[in-house]
Design a protein around this ligand. Sequence first.
Ligand SMILES: [Cu+2]
Length: 145
Amino acid sequence: MRRLYGVFLACLLVSSPLAAMAETPNVTVNKAWMRYLLPDIPAGGYMVLHNSGDADAVLTGASSPACGKLMLHKSEDSSGMSMMKDVPNVTVPAHGKASFSPGGYHLMCMQPKMKLGEKVPVTLSFQDGSKVMFTMPVYGPSGAP
Ligand SMILES: [Cu+2]
């Protein structure tokens, strides 16, 4: 009886760190950069999100101390005009990726407070409550030098 109890305890000790890990995001960020023009013009944030998990990861928001507001946007061509709109969320499919690039999904940094060459911290928030923190290097209109 005592021996069984010991095994049960050992299982608890082993399983709890795994349970905690399941709550950490499976999303990694690659090729992140911010396209900065002027303080009066919103800056665009670009990146590729990879999801190594078995469930879709739903990005629901972003924030940065370098932006008055950081929004999820999508550029779309409609009858030859490039328009952009707010999107409520972006899904990173299980074992897949979501690309944020000029002309498509992007982060829109309103009232940017940054300089060329520096790195600004960004936090992404997901529907399951998890967050991913990383930095974006700040480049000019033509991207990485
Ligand atoms: Cu935009």
